[in-house]
Structure formats: structure tokens, C-alpha cells
Design a binder for this molecule. Structure first.
Ligand code: ZN
Length: 173
């Protein structure tokens, strides 16, 4: 099923997500949730989605920088941690939870992540450029952090003001 995407302002996006526990791995419920997350991400035309963005404060993120073009690009990261960052890149970044806005965000060029798969097996993966950006953006979500934390307070306030207007107009649902 396609979940609606939770928007900036909802407290679920600001809190630390909970770890996936041993008993939750390899269950039909977890498999279903991950399928639904991919479906929701593709429906929203995103390249990454973190569980808090569908209102579930758990450490799950799905990523596919090919947007459904290459099955081998589908990534599921459970309880992910960034263990190494290297270099620097600057580029435009957006977020499904802050639709209609994009800003330049500086990130590490390469990121290595340690995570668990659906079965609970640990693995490491290194990404560059867009994939590294997706790792950093999505894992931030699991710690209650949105990309606007990485831009200037001035720019952040500007977006906040525009969002407040949209909320008042009933256009931020
Ligand atoms: Zn996001």
C-alpha cells in the first residue's frame, strides 16, 4: 500500500527513531512494511524514504537512486550507521517531507554505512555522489534531522515562513 508522506511540522520527523529489534527481523510484517515503503517512495517519485516519513519512528530506510530503473539499485538499510565520511560535494537537495523546496546542501562525497538487511545480517556499503548524499539524508531522518538543518538559519526561516502560509491556506497536508 502507498502511505501518505508526513510533512515537515509533524513531530514524528523530529524524534530519534527506534532500533529494529532481533525479533522483528525476517518477519512478514517487516517485509510488508519495506515493500510498502518502496511503493510509497516510487509513488512520490523519491530516491529515498525513511520510515518516519510515513509516520513510523523506526530505523528503516529504503533507497533507489535509479528510481525503479535498475533492480540492483534497491537498497534496504535497517539500523544504519554512517561509519566513514570522505570528501565534499555541494548540490541541490530536496525532501519528500518538504515538497516544493530545494536548497544547496554541502555533504560528504563518499559515505560508508554499516546496516542490517531484512534477515538481520550486518553489511557495509560505500556510496559516492548521489548515493552518498542519499545515505546522509536518509540516516539524518532516523535521528530526527531534516536537510534544512544543514542550510543557513536565514534560508531555513524563509522556507518556514512559506510553509506556514501553505499550512494556513490548507495546502500543507
Ligand atoms: Zn527527506
Amino acid at each position: 500500500m502507498v502511505y501518505p508522506i508526513v510533512k515537515w511540522g509533524d513531530p514524528v520527523l523530529d524524534r530519534e527513531a527506534e532500533d529494529i529489534k532481533e525479533k522483528d527481523f525476517d518477519t512478514p510484517e517487516l517485509n510488508q512494511l519495506i515493500d510498502d515503503m518502496f511503493e510509497s517512495m516510487y509513488a512520490a517519485k523519491g530516491v529515498g524514504l525513511a520510515a518516519p516519513q510515513i509516520g513510523i519512528a523506526r530505523k528503516i530506510t529504503v533507497i533507489d537512486i535509479s528510481t525503479g530503473e535498475r533492480p540492483e539499485d534497491k537498497l534496504v538499510l535497517l539500523n544504519p550507521k554512517i561509519i566513514h565520511l570522505e570528501g565534499k560535494q555541494s548540490g541541490e537537495e530536496g525532501c519528500l517531507s518538504i515538497p516544493g523546496f530545494r536548497e544547496q546542501v554541502s555533504r560528504a562525497k563518499r559515505a560508508t554505512v554499516k546496516a542490517q538487511n531484512i534477515k538481520g545480517e550486518a553489511f557495509e556499503i560505500t556510496g559516492e555522489d548521489l548515493l552518498a548524499r542519499a545515505f546522509q539524508h536518509e540516516i539524518d531522518h532516523l535521528h530526527g534531522k531534516l536537510y534544512v538543518k544543514h542550510i543557513s538559519a536565514l534560508k531555513r526561516d524563509l522556507i518556514k515562513r512559506k510553509v506556514r502560509k501553505l499550512v494556513k491556506a490548507g495546502e500543507w497536508l
